[in-house]
Design a protein around this ligand. Structure first.
Ligand code: GCB
Length: 884
């Protein structure tokens, strides 16, 4: 009976195989996971630690990359899965395909090593046919190790090198004759289009076929190209005789497509190339298919990028692969959504930085018409004396091209990001070694792909890159430029680029990075560099975008970065996150996204840029006013905009450089804003509702209704505290009837308005990173009543031990010296804080809150007085909240 059931079952399975040439299924479900630095598989199994059940994609730094103050786990971890193969797998070949695992990954099948892969971003495949036992339970064990390894790039970068099997894993089953799956993550078929014009296109194909059987096979290789409607437009068949164990290279030329429909960002028309192996009876043995986009292009040093004969300015973004609380482990839908958001922004290109990403990204780029550059992760420096490092770099270059060769959206292969910045080699010998590696990589890329361009993204040290040959070597020179962020002046961007173009008039150039940090909780009416306000990010990008558009020789530009990303060594407004994204880690759009949309979208558009700043506060300027005027920025691609407030026309304004700023008189409560323009007879509009909390002038005007004021002391920006839903206002000088400091000055870390330290015991860094020093006193002319007065401190000096990382070490990062400060604080004449010594009593860079209950009588308001015993007093934030 058992035998009969078995046979019936087998028959069923074979019938499935007979219908399809190969079976591809995910192996994502039901893994056991366990972190362990055990010396090997057997020792790890002996440990028998708690196993956690997980599904793939899985990133073992998903949480600690964000929450853990002292870094993230970099070590070994194990995944284990039991799997049975029934007899239908007999006479088939079985492969496990990993889309990626960071960064060394070894697979064991039933305890026997099946394959090892080095490098955290490329895809790879292992064959397990000979190791599995049909009809029995098999154990797959995978070790993934993300510890620092001097032989494996990247050796350095700000982004976190998160570990795990963080992309999909597939089980692929084929017949004994099949397209080669063991070629660097490719599927053995490579397509190119040697000729594409408006009149005709030809397609050439190389396929590697493996015969894993024991007999010689006569087979046929069929290729058919169908258009987007499914109609066949070209076909070719080739007879092949393949010997046992042979890896046969077949080539098909002259697949011609008359009057091709061209591929471009505006019209990403895709054909499909289906390649099949059949046996002499016409039975399908294996099949793969690829998208085909027909286009021709070049990069011109004077005119920029030219696609299908016409200049096209490339404007887009860099993208990392992180998501809040998920680390590297994103679903395909999340990857694709990013590309959709880029398309909606009007972007037409992406730099896939600094490493190969999920295949879903390029599939979406093909489909949506996004031009891509892709690169291998050699960042900041190389290991000059390691042969293995060199070998790994070269292998990665091969993997890069082979996996993604067939994507029409790929136009450029890149390598080596900013090799001379934090580790400027002084000796000519180091320069030579760097150059030697670059030459080898460049030539591999050209051997692997004769059609695409190569590029190196350089930064800052022009002479160094020139002398190392990194400007001349690749076909495109990339520049990462942060003038107006790390560098002082925005206009140094144009200066640098014009100078470069003058010195290298024949070199095509792209801006591979430019960007400024912004945290949506931080808003400023007086924005400045390094304050992480949304407003400074807007100023920065308004400047760059205009300058880039005005210079045809700049072929393309990529914003750094599309999305905020985890960056362990950094302390931006959000510690361990690089805040330069146009989107937050959980994909909320920052104002600047709308600036790009206004420049790039072809359909008429008007956007209230700061609609995310939906909770505002402010004071009336005079006794007889019941409003507070604050600016609202609108981005648009139209000429004129009308702004309505609560349904009434406020003002009509011309749009200059895609922008119009309105002074809006906000009243207490809900304020409806509508920005309206007319385009081709159609009305287009955008609306936002702003909840405004208005403070009367004087504050005591309506004694019964005064609730609270929160102040971000010593700061040019306001901070929105999401947890408590309150706004900490930018600081101001006291004037009668209002509130503010009476003296003192703002803390500065050199040219930075805020400390770049992570502050303990809080997540409100932007509140504690700024400080009023030597404030004399703060006055609040509030009405009589009972108040909670809260004072918040943090000792920001000394900063001598700040991380010596490239990413925090700007000219001023180590400013500050050990400080002695002791002070008293009196509120309305009573001493509340005596001999406060923040450093001694609480330590450096720790949030220190105090709260007091105060009765205010006789119209005297609140006065908080600071008196020094040693050094100068400081205050980071304060609030007065009326409770009676
Ligand atoms: C760069 C690097 C990039 C960093 C960026 C930054 O030049 O290429 O990896 O994240 O600067 O934000 O500092």
């Amino acid at each position: 009976m058992r035998l009969i059931l078995f046979l019936i079952f087998s028959f069923f399975s074979i019938a499935v195989f007979a219908q399809s040439s190969r079976i591809v299924q995910t192996l994502n479900a039901g893994w056991k996971f366990h972190k362990s630095n055990a010396a090997g598989l057997q020792e790890m199994l002996r440990e028998k630690e708690d196993w956690q059940q997980v599904n793939l994609p899985h990133c073992f730094n998903a949480e600690d990359g964000e929450d853990e103050k002292y870094g993230y786990y970099r070590g070994s971890a194990w995944y284990l899965k039991e799997i049975s193969f029934d007899s239908t797998y007999l006479n088939h070949r079985i492969f496990v395909y990993f889309e990626a695992a960071n960064q060394v990954c070894e697979l064991f099948v039933n305890g026997i090593a099946a394959g090892k892969h080095i490098g955290g971003y490329g895809s790879f495949c292992f064959e397990i046919t000979s190791l599995i036992r049909l009809g029995e339970k098999n154990v797959l064990t995978v070790q993934v190790d993300n510890r620092h390894n001097e032989d494996i790039p990247p050796l350095d970068a700000d982004f976190s090198f998160m570990g795990g099997i963080y992309r999909d894993v597939y089980l692929i089953t084929t017949n004994t004759v099949h397209f080669d799956l063991l070629n660097n993550g490719s599927n053995g078929v490579f397509i190119e289009t040697p000729i594409v014009t408006e009149q005709a296109a030809t397609c050439r194909l190389r396929a590697t076929i493996k015969n894993d059987g024991t007999t010689k096979q006569k087979i046929f290789l069929h290729t058919r190209i169908t258009n987007a409607g499914g109609k066949m437009v070209a076909t070719k068949s080739t007879a092949v005789t393949i010997l046992p164990d042979q890896l046969f290279q077949a080539e098909q030329n002259g697949l011609s497509i008359p009057t091709p429909h061209l591929w471009s960002p505006d019209s990403p028309y895709l054909y499909t190339v289906t390649t099949e192996i059949t046996d002499s009876n016409g039975r399908l043995i294996d099949q793969v298919s690829h998208p085909l986009g027909l286009r021709w292009y070049t990069f011109d040093a004077a005119k920029g990028f030219i696609l299908n004969g016409k200049p096209l300015k490339l404007i887009g973004v860099n993208r990392h692969q992180f998501y809040t609380h998920q680390g590297f482990a994103l679903s395909n839908e999340q990857h694709v959504h990013d590309i959709e958001l880029l398309k909606q922004m009007g972007g037409n290109c992406i730099r896939i930085a600094h490493y190969q990403q999920d295949p879903a990204i390029l599939e979406a780029c093909d489909r949506l018409g996004i031009i891509a550059t892709e690169e291998i992760p050699i960042v900041n420096y190389i290991h000059e004396n390691s042969k293995d490092f060199r070998t790994n770099c070269l292998n990665m270059a091969v993997e890069l091209v082979r996996r993604d060769y067939n994507h029409p959206s790929i136009f450029v292969w890149a390598y080596m990001n900013e090799m001379l910045n934090n580790n400027k080699p002084k000796k000519p010998e180091n320069m030579r070694l760097l150059n030697r590696l670059a030459v080898s990589i460049d030539s591999i890329l050209h051997v692997e792909d004769k059609n695409r361009f190569t590029m190196i993204p350089n930064a800052e040290w022009f002479e160094g890159y020139r002398d190392a040959g990194l400007i001349d070597l690749p076909q495109i020179c990339g520049w990462n430029i942060y003038e107006g962020w790390y560098g002082e002046k925005l206009s140094d961007f144009e200066r640098f680029m014009d100078n470069f173009h003058k010195q290298y008039p024949d070199k095509p150039v792209m801006i591979t990075e430019y960007g400024a940090g912004a945290d949506p909780r931080v808003r400023s009416f007086a924005p400045e560099r390094f304050d992480f306000s949304m407003e400074y990010q807007n100023i920065y990008h308004e400047h760059y975008l205009k300058a880039i558009m005005e210079r045809p020789f700049i072929a393309g530009a990529f914003v750094w970065a599309f999305v905020d990303f985890y960056a362990e060594p950094r302390v931006d407004a959000t510690p361990h996150v690089n805040n330069k994204g146009l989107l937050t880690l959980d994909r909320k759009l920052k104002d600047c996204y709308f600036l790009y949309q206004a420049y790039l979208q072809k359909t008429p558009l008007v956007s209230i840029a700061s609609k995310g700043w939906a909770q505002r506060e402010g004071c009336a300027a005079r006794t007889d006013e019941n409003f507070c005027k604050q600016p609202v920025t609108i981005y648009s691609n139209q000429q004129e905009i009308e702004l309505f407030l609560q349904g009434q026309l406020l003002e009509k304004k011309s749009v200059v450089d895609h922008k119009a700023v309105f002074e809006v008189p906000f009243t207490n409560g809900s304020n409806l804003l509508e920005a309206v323009c007319t385009a081709g007879g159609n009305v287009i509009k955008d609306a936002a509702t702003i909840q405004f909390r208005l403070w009367d002038f004087p504050l005591s005007k309506h004694p019964e209704s005064f609730p609270a004021i929160h102040v971000n002391a010593g700061s040019n920006y306001s901070y929105y505290d999401e947890k408590n839903q309150c706004t900490w206002l930018a600081d101001q000088e006291y004037s009668k009837g209002s509130w503010g400091y009476t003296s003192g000055k703002r803390y500065r870390a050199g040219s930075r308005p805020a400390s770049q330290r992570e502050i303990g015991c809080t997540q409100d860094e932007p509140l504690f990173q700024t400080q009023q020093t030597d404030p004399g006193s703060y006055r609040f002319d509030v009405p009589d009543g009972q108040y909670e007065v809260s004072l918040y401190f943090a000792e920001l000096l000394s900063e001598a031990q700040m991380q010596k990382s490239l990413y925090n070490l700007s000219a001023d990062a180590t400013v500050g010296k050990a400080v002695k400060r002791i002070f008293n604080v009196d509120i309305n004449g009573s001493r509340f804080l005596r001999q406060l010594n923040l450093k001694e009593q609480f330590g450096e860079a720790v949030a220190v809150p105090f709260k007091y209950i105060i009765d205010v009588r006789d119209g005297r308001g609140i006065e908080i007085k600071f008196s020094a015993l040693a050094g100068v007093p400081v205050i980071n934030a304060l609030s007065v909240v009326r409770i009676k």
